[in-house]
Write a protein that binds this ligand. Structure first.
Ligand SMILES: CC(C)(COP(=O)(O)OP(=O)(O)OC[C@H]1O[C@@H](n2cnc3c(N)ncnc32)[C@H](O)[C@@H]1OP(=O)(O)O)[C@@H](O)C(=O)NCCC(=O)NCCS
Length: 203
């Protein structure tokens, strides 16, 4: 079967992990685009510099940076068809939907009836249990655990190893600190840290 060709925007650590997932899917990466001219190659893949819609026009594009706001901004400007990445070691239930541009990485689990929006990251060994709704441009960092029936609003970061208790709603553009245990719903634009989670900033 013909391989799907991908291009990535970004050549940092997250892009490198996305490239690892695409290679594990036995697909190919034509190039990366990163404006940092000191990077000529990422893991042997050529950096073509600033994004150009004319290059590799049939390749599928992935916004391969962890920053949710940057992915959201770039999503409105790129012209390639958007791809989706699901590492073969991820467990994604058959009744789950995953939106375009999303990146389900090594060992992640997404359980029954959950919905993952567009341009999300479900990072290494993150776990999303049943009936969760993950809106667009969310990043679930490595090892974070979402219990069942959790809603996560657009642009939110759930930090590494955080735990979200069942049946809560996390607002848009929220930051949940690494290792935090979130026990109640959170409104938009807050930063929540600790065990149990407390709000430290409200933008
Ligand atoms: C929550 C977070 C964004 C706060 O960063 P910040 O705005 O720079 O805040 P600071 O480091 O100045 O910390 C502010 C206070 O919160 C505390 N704090 C910060 N992060 C915390 C965390 N994860 N758990 C508990 N307390 C935390 C600090 O100790 C500090 O307390 P103090 O005021 O009593 O000294 C950051 O610490 C964090 O956890 N980011 C998530 C990182 C991550 O998982 N990224 C995923 C990459 S793949």
């Amino acid at each position: 079967m013909e391989k799907t060709k991908y291009i990535l925007i970004g050549a940092g650590g997250h892009a490198s992990v996305v490239a690892s997932a695409i290679e594990a899917m036995k697909q190919e990466i034509d190039c990366v685009f990163d404006s940092n001219e000191s990077i000529t190659h990422m893991d042997g893949i050529q950096n073509k510099g600033d994004y150009s819609p004319a290059q590799f026009p049939t390749a599928k594009l992935i916004l391969a940076m962890g920053d949710n706001a940057v992915r959201k901004r770039l999503a409105t400007t790129v012209q390639h068809e958007i791809g989706t990445v699901i590492h073969p070691s991820a467990v994604v239930d058959r009744l789950v939907s995953v939106g375009v541009g999303s990146q389900i990485l090594h060992g992640a689990i997404i359980n029954r009836r959950s919905v993952v929006g567009n341009h999300c990251i479900v990072n290494t060994k993150a776990s999303i249990d049943h009936d969760c709704i993950i809106e667009d441009f969310v990043h679930i960092a490595p090892g974070a655990t979402l219990c069942g029936n959790v809603i996560v609003g657009e642009g939110t970061l759930i930090g590494a190893g955080a735990t979200l208790m069942p049946n809560i709603t996390i607002g848009k553009n929220v930051t949940v600190g690494a290792g935090t245990v979130v026990t109640t719903s959170l409104q938009d634009n807050v930063t929540c840290v600790g065990v149990p989670g407390k709000i430290i900033y409200h933008e």
